[in-house]
Design a protein around this ligand. Sequence first.
Ligand SMILES: Cc1cc2nc3c(=O)[nH]c(=O)nc-3n(C[C@H](O)[C@H](O)[C@H](O)COP(=O)(O)O)c2cc1C
Length: 192
Amino acid sequence: MGKIVLCITGASGTVYGVKLLNILSKTHHVYLVVSESGFKVMEKETGVNRKEFLKGLPKNCTFYSQNEIDAPISSGTRVVETEGVIVAPCSTGTLGAIANGLSSNLIHRVCDVALKERKKVFLLVREMPLSLVHIKNMERIIQAGGTVAVASPGFYTKPETVDDMINFVVGKVLDSFGIEHNLLKRWRDEDF
Ligand SMILES: Cc1cc2nc3c(=O)[nH]c(=O)nc-3n(C[C@H](O)[C@H](O)[C@H](O)COP(=O)(O)O)c2cc1C
């Protein structure tokens, strides 16, 4: 079973992270970190509080708080064992911290480590509009070898539900890691 790191921060769209957790944990051991703001936004958006969320974690998942800076995944020796790190959703604050090497919590640190070890780092940012600060920080991540996406579902697949739109975005994240799924309709699929 593969290993992967998933971080959920306090940008809008915590559902993306939750959906990724449920899918990834079927095929991977997921090292999960949720920021303090991530829990607040999750409760606001989904009605699920920290206690309920942690109680319902899937089997193949190890949870760390953002302050557990001594967790195994804060070391390159552990991060190299994984397929990389996904931050979904990624706040502009976390984007800035990673882009500038702050490493002031476990989420920043695991991304810092993954970049130096040349592992995949995927930041699913959610904000609009974007300032030059955000764009420059995205540029730094891409120059360092990471992948940056702004959560933006496509409409050419004719989504009918919010879940269809979430699936599109989550599917694109999984595509980036080469993880098989059937969450989205591909361009010119027969049943399109
Ligand atoms: C309801 C709510 C929605 C938010 N949505 C966003 C967002 O879409 N993008 C963003 O960058 N920050 C958003 N924020 C602000 C972040 O939560 C805040 O900047 C926080 O400090 C981020 O910390 P973290 O990156 O450690 O999770 C939101 C905050 C709240 C309360």
